[in-house]
Design a protein around this ligand. Structure first.
Ligand SMILES: Nc1ncnc2c1ncn2[C@@H]1O[C@H](COP(=O)(O)OP(=O)(O)OP(=O)(O)O)[C@@H](O)[C@H]1O
Ligand SMILES: [Mg+2]
Length: 220
């Protein structure tokens, strides 16, 4: 499957999305192993982060005491611009599979629906920051906010600034993901309340259905 924005890019770009604790990082790891077992050499990225600029931005975003909503958006897009330019486009151009832990959908869910910034502006600014690069497939791990928080608590993980944003904020984010799945046919939902292995199987089923040229069952 060709990457979304055309000429010369031959890799496949996959984004894992979902609220806090929905299992994105877990599933990126399982997917990466699955891909390596089948001869792919995936490039894994996380947002915000993945570049020198991005990791600095991540620190500010997660640790600073007071980050206004618009500043938060601009910082995230600053990190994304670097990630797209330095990592994702070169990897796709080299024919690699890129798997990212969060991308544009997070910005819509958190900064537009969660923080209340205007959706059209957030979308336009993202398009500018990425040069209109979009994932070929975005998989939303759908989990209630409370269940995600309970997983983090069970793992003994203390909340960062965004995780501390409150129950109502996180409920809006989880609901936003459900809306966003319905609005774009390159975005698919997986029930993330199931055990890890079941979620993984659902992720693979989606990949092989949506990108059969690259991930056909015949190769498995
Ligand atoms: N399907 C699952 N069922 C039960 N627990 C899970 C499942 N998937 C992941 N976990 C556990 O839930 C916790 C959160 O998982 P993970 O860190 O992968 O989520 P995340 O979406 O990356 O979270 P964050 O948004 O905070 O980065 C971890 O302790 C992980 O082991
Ligand atoms: Mg994670």
């Amino acid at each position: 499957m060709a990457a979304a924005d055309g000429a010369g890019e031959r890799g496949v770009f996959i984004a894992l999305e979902g609220p806090e604790g929905s299992g994105k990082t877990t599933q990126v790891g399982l997917l990466a192993s699955w891909l390596r077992d089948r001869g792919h050499d995936p490039v894994l990225t996380r947002e915000p982060g993945g570049t020198a600029v991005g990791e600095e931005v991540r620190r500010v975003l997660l640790e600073a005491d007071n980050v206004p909503a618009l500043s938060e958006l601009l910082l995230i897009l600053a990190a994304r611009a670097a990630l797209v330019d330095e990592v994702i486009r070169p990897a796709l151009a080299a024919g690699r599979v890129v798997v990212t832990d969060r991308f544009h959908l997070s910005t819509l869910a958190y900064q537009a629906y969660g923080r209340g910034l205007p959706l059209a502006d957030v979308t336009a600014m993202n398009t500018f920051a990425t040069g209109a690069l979009e994932p070929d497939l975005t998989i939303v791990l759908d989990l209630d906010a409370a269940a995600g928080a309970a997983r983090h608590a069970a793992a003994g993980r203390g909340p960062d600034r965004i995780e501390r944003a409150g129950n109502e904020f996180h409920a809006r984010v989880a609901e936003a993901y459900r809306l966003l799945v319905q609005e774009d046919d390159r975005v698919e939902r997986v029930d993330a309340s199931a055990p890890e292995a079941v979620v993984h199987d659902a992720v693979i089923a989606l990949l092989t259905r949506r990108c059969p040229e690259t991930f056909s069952q015949a190769e498995c």
